[in-house]
Design a protein around this ligand. Structure first.
Ligand SMILES: [Zn+2]
Length: 338
């Protein structure tokens, strides 16, 4: 028995004024044939050694039994269902409407009524799959107010985009899982937060930052930082392509959240022009790394695509690397920048 709170007042058990404790007690109960352990809350009267339950406590204790049961048999608890609904920012009534369940179903599930397995599966699927929720939402559009629908739609899209970004992050890390050794990685683990920050940092200061130039500038940043401080910044691994260094996973990297570009047409070709996100603020790069970046911007920022490609072709690291092979950091000491 643990005392949560103690206050001097009229005790409704013995009807005398004394110190009444609010206590937590571990109890066991059988619910739907399953024995569960749960934490109950009572008022304790030290005069009579009796426990007393207020109305609120009766409600909370009964919910605790049911949540202990839900946990034990692997169903979402009332708090988990509530948190999931809040994540989507949908009212209890509208959530039931979207699922085409009875109007008070979700309200009941967030309280005493234990959901069955089929409904639990649906709730879990919604929790982990915003795309699926979007489909359910569209199906229910006619039954919701326009304002509510738009609000929910916007929120669900936001969750979906976050999820997509997570898939993207996972896939890039999967590609990188086999890379090891300082000469390949520059002595740091892949840090996509820094990659995104560098892209924005460059996009903010470099006019007309197209993809080929950006990729070269990433390589130069990592290479120069390695030359100066013995480690790269991002952990990206670069290969020697005809137009110079290209990080492995470059197609995925430019799709990461907070990497922003517009597509530009040049005759038959489509190019990407990178822009900083609105209100960009750096938080991952160290002061030392920013010094490296500033040198890169100063030395290379004004070069056009052809000029930076030519510059790259003259780098010892590029000349010594067979085409499409990984560019080794062991050439960093010969970099044309200091
Ligand atoms: Zn008492």
């Amino acid at each position: 028995m643990a005392i949560l709170k103690s206050e001097a007042r009229l005790c409704l058990n013995c009807m005398e004024e004394h110190q009444v404790d609010i206590v937590e007690v571990t109890e066991q109960e059988t619910f739907k044939g399953v024995n569960v352990e749960f934490t109950a809350i009572y008022e304790f009267c030290s005069n009579t050694d009796n426990y007393l339950e207020t109305e609120d406590m009766i409600r909370a204790n009964s919910l605790a039994v049911k949540d202990a049961y839900r946990k034990k048999v692997g169903l979402m608890t009332s708090a988990e269902i509530r948190a999931m609904r809040k994540k989507y920012d949908v009212s209890q009534k509208d959530f039931s409407e979207i699922l085409d369940w009875g109007g008070a179903t979700i309200t009941r599930y967030e309280n005493h009524h234990v959901q069955d397995r089929a409904h639990d599966d649906i709730l879990r699927k919604i929790d982990s799959d915003p795309k699926w929720f979007l489909e359910m939402l569209k199906r229910a559009e006619a039954r919701l107010s326009t304002k509510a629908f738009n609000l929910y739609y916007h929120k669900a899209c936001e969750l979906y985009n976050k999820k997509k970004n997570q898939y993207l992050i996972d896939s890039i890390h999967a590609i990188y899982a086999t890379f090891e050794g300082e000469a390949v990685t520059g002595g740091v683990e892949l840090d996509l937060d820094k990659v995104v920050e560098i892209i924005n940092y460059l996009a903010l200061q470099v006019v007309a930052l197209h993809k080929v130039k950006l990729m070269k500038m990433l390589w130069y940043s990592d290479e120069l930082n390695f030359k100066r401080h013995g480690k790269a910044i991002t952990g990206l691994v670069y290969e020697a392509w005809p137009k110079g260094a290209l990080p492995v996973g470059h197609d995925q990297i430019i799709l990461l959240e907070n990497v922003c570009f517009e597509t530009v047409e040049y005759g038959e070709n489509v190019g990407y022009k990178f822009k900083p996100i609105q209100g960009f603020e750096g938080k991952y790069l160290t002061d030392q790394e920013i010094e490296t970046m500033d040198e890169i911007v100063k030395q290379l920022g004004k070069l056009n695509t052809d000029e930076i490609v030519d510059r790259m072709h003259d780098e010892e690291a590029y000349k010594q690397t067979p085409i499409y092979s990984i560019i080794n950091y062991s050439f960093a000491s010969k970099l044309s920048l200091n």
